[in-house]
Design a protein around this ligand. Structure first.
Ligand SMILES: Cc1cc2nc3c(=O)[nH]c(=O)nc-3n(C[C@H](O)[C@H](O)[C@H](O)COP(=O)(O)OP(=O)(O)OC[C@H]3O[C@@H](n4cnc5c(N)ncnc54)[C@H](O)[C@@H]3O)c2cc1C
Length: 330
């Protein structure tokens, strides 16, 4: 959906000159509040949904180097600031990038726009074990590959064999698990690579057992997490040997609320938009929590949620709410 927000200058005509024919969809000033889980964020100058990998490669190969490119998945781990994003945001189309191909010896290839939950169910139907953890993660495979998403003891890195992607220059690239340099909720993927598909390895399993395991996992999640809210999942990474939720609780921040943004009562490492919050409110709650945990425990929490975009003029949020430390583009 297009917004009439203040937004950025319309580059569509210039793009037509630069890029020529594309088969995907190009939207000017797309509101990020309409498409991220938090339901906040300003406009993006140009939003591109490529039709398929060839369309993506063509687009990137013609796009001038100085234009900023951001890739997003389904936005379940993103906090986009109220001033929006300059340049292009790309989101892969489900039609062009969500194919599943079962290969030999328990391997499977999956497109990066495939939702994790659908992938988990499809693998259970195949009787391929190793993917039930994705039932708990509401993102897409591209985001999982980037974030090394995981839960209940299994992470993306434990199953992923290799991936295919496209560089900022529009060239194809293949990367092995080792080359991704995975660690906790992080990869060392080369800057700017857009993942388009990945090969995973599972192991034989029983369809009914897998479905039952996913039902149990869903029930546990719903009991312990505010899964039906506007949120970004775990806000902060767990420091080595510690739980962020416990540090937040001990610092008295369970339920902490500023405007309509709140640290969840149910799971206090989840930030919530209670309805009508701005990105500014949400980030301010996050930095308030970091400051209080620092004061109480001497630990600096690290954001797991990816923050991006510009602040609205005069509404910057400073790290630990300090005046002297400016949080720039992260
Ligand atoms: C209720 C809730 C529960 C959650 N529980 C968990 C959990 O248990 N475990 C967990 O790990 N996470 C969890 N998350 C966080 C989130 O779902 C995961 O990080 C998920 O993998 C993000 O995928 P996404 O498609 O939404 O990516 P986005 O949020 O859109 O993007 C996340 C990052 O991935 C990059 N990215 C996305 N697609 C691509 C691509 N194709 N190529 C290259 N880079 C890409 C983006 O640039 C961005 O930096 C939860 C979130 C919510 C809202």
């Amino acid at each position: 959906m297009e917004t009439e927000a203040a937004g950025f200058p319309d580059l569509r005509e210039q793009f037509a000159d630069w890029i020529g024919e594309i088969r995907g969809k190009l939207v000017h000033n797309q509101s990020m509040a309409d498409i991220t889980w938090f339901r906040v964020g300003g406009p993006v100058q140009l939003f591109f949904i490529p039709a398929d990998e060839a369309d993506l490669m063509h687009f990137l190969s013609k796009l001038p180097e100085e234009i900023n490119v951001t890739i997003m998945g389904v936005g379940s781990n993103l906090l986009v600031r109220d001033g929006g994003l300059e340049g292009v945001v790309i989101r892969l189309s489900v039609k062009g990038f969500a194919k599943i191909t079962v290969l030999e010896t328990n391997h499977v290839q999956v497109g990066a726009a495939m939702p994790d939950i659908r992938f988990a169910h499809a693998m259970a139907k195949e009787g391929l074990d190793g993917f039930t953890f994705y039932r708990g993660i509401p993102g897409g495979i591209g985001g999982a590959l980037y974030m090394n998403a995981g839960c209940y003891g299994t992470e993306t890195k434990d199953r992923m064999v290799s991936l295919r992607g496209v560089t900022r220059q529009g060239e194809p690239i293949e990367l092995t698990n080792e080359q991704m340099g995975y660690h906790y909720r992080k990869s060392n993927a080369p800057e700017g690579v857009i993942f388009t598909s990945a090969v995973y390895r599972g192991f034989e399993g029983d369809k009914d057992v897998l479905e039952r395991r996913m039902r149990d996992l869903t029930a546990t999640r719903e009991e312990s997490q505010p899964t039906k809210h506007k949120t970004g999942g775990s806000t902060f990474k767990n420091p080595e040997g510690q739980s962020s939720w416990k540090l937040i609780d001990d610092a008295g921040c369970r339920g902490l609320q500023i405007g309509n943004a709140q640290m969840s009562e149910k799971h206090c490492n989840f930030l919530l938009n209670l309805g009508g919050a701005s990105a500014h409110d949400i980030e301010t709650v996050g930095e308030t929590v970091r400051q209080k945990v620092r004061e109480k425990a001497g630990i600096d929490l690290v954001w797991e949620i990816r923050r991006m975009g510009k602040f609205e003029p005069g509404r910057e949020v400073h790290e630990f709410l300090g005046e002297d430390v400016f949080i720039g583009k992260v």
